[in-house]
Design a protein around this ligand. Structure first.
Ligand code: ATP
Length: 242
């Protein structure tokens, strides 16, 4: 028997989520190891957002377990998950439109007290997203959709996450911006960040992911390495339009 060298950072075991009478997730298994970029794919309503919301403790699991470094997250609040190192960049950006870019970014560090490191991280974010640097005093509401998405990601990075959960960052972006965004995520991954990337854009996500899990109506339909899934005829027929 092969024993893994390290426990996964995150492990979902039979995770199920209900919204009233709607079964959003019907028991899924998923693992994310330190340093991996795992894509969570599937069409509208497949249960991708519900998975991320359960991990961040924004919604309760109806059954199953969510393990962080082997420990159950169920008793913890969302604030505790952030403190543990789980950053969440929600769907739809949710930046504070009437606050400046800089103020939005500082908000991402709300649980931190290390002021010098916060300032250094702010500069790192501006290095990563030069367009935010140029617009740091501008109101977030005046940014383009793509820039607001960059801001939402940078704000999540300001919490210094070990694992970043990203919910459909490419939604509504022009193809050129999607490419730019994916290149930035690949760079964060190369620099050591662990990512769980929810996407409907399977082609873009599979180009940068190590592994992927495809959900369909709350269940795992396919799972494997990104390289395997790129070649998978079933996935190509379902999501890659081939
Ligand atoms: P999308 O791309 O549309 O966000 P998704 O894969 O993220 O899709 P979820 O948002 O997780 O899907 O939704 C899974 C199921 O749960 C869907 O059937 C959806 O209609 C339902 N659902 C989601 N949020 C709620 C809610 N607040 N109340 C009731 N049902 C919900």
């Amino acid at each position: 028997m092969t024993v893994p060298l390290t426990a996964p950072l995150l492990r979902l075991e039979g995770l199920a989520v209900r919204y009233g009478s709607v079964q959003a997730l019907a028991g899924i298994d998923l693992e994310v190891r330190q340093g991996e970029l795992v894509a969570l794919l599937g069409s509208n309503g497949a249960g991708k957002t519900a998975s991320l919301r359960a991990i961040s403790r924004l919604v309760n699991a109806s059954s199953g377990r969510i393990l962080w470094r082997g420990a159950d997250l169920a008793p913890l609040s969302t604030e505790r998950t952030v403190k543990l190192g789980i950053g969440h960049c929600p769907e739809g950006r949710r930046v504070l439109a009437r606050q400046s870019v800089a103020a939005n970014l500082k908000l991402g560090a709300w649980l931190r007290r290390d002021r010098a490191a916060i300032t250094a991280d702010l500069e790192r974010c501006y290095g990563l997203f030069p367009r935010l640097a140029e617009r740091r005093q501008q109101l977030a509401g005046s940014l383009s959709g793509g820039e607001q998405q960059m801001l939402a990601i940078a704000r999540a990075l300001m919490g210094r996450p070990t694992l970043l959960l990203l919910d459909e960052p490419s939604l509504g972006l022009a193809p050129k911006l999607v490419a730019e965004l994916m290149a930035t995520l690949a760079r964060l991954h190369r620099d050591g960040l662990t990512l769980l990337l929810v996407e409907q854009n399977a082609t873009a996500a599979l180009a940068i992911a190590d592994r992927a899990v495809v959900l369909e109506t709350g269940r795992v339909r396919l799972a494997g390495s990104a390289a395997e899934l790129r070649q998978d005829p079933e996935l190509q027929a379902l999501y890659l339009g081939e």
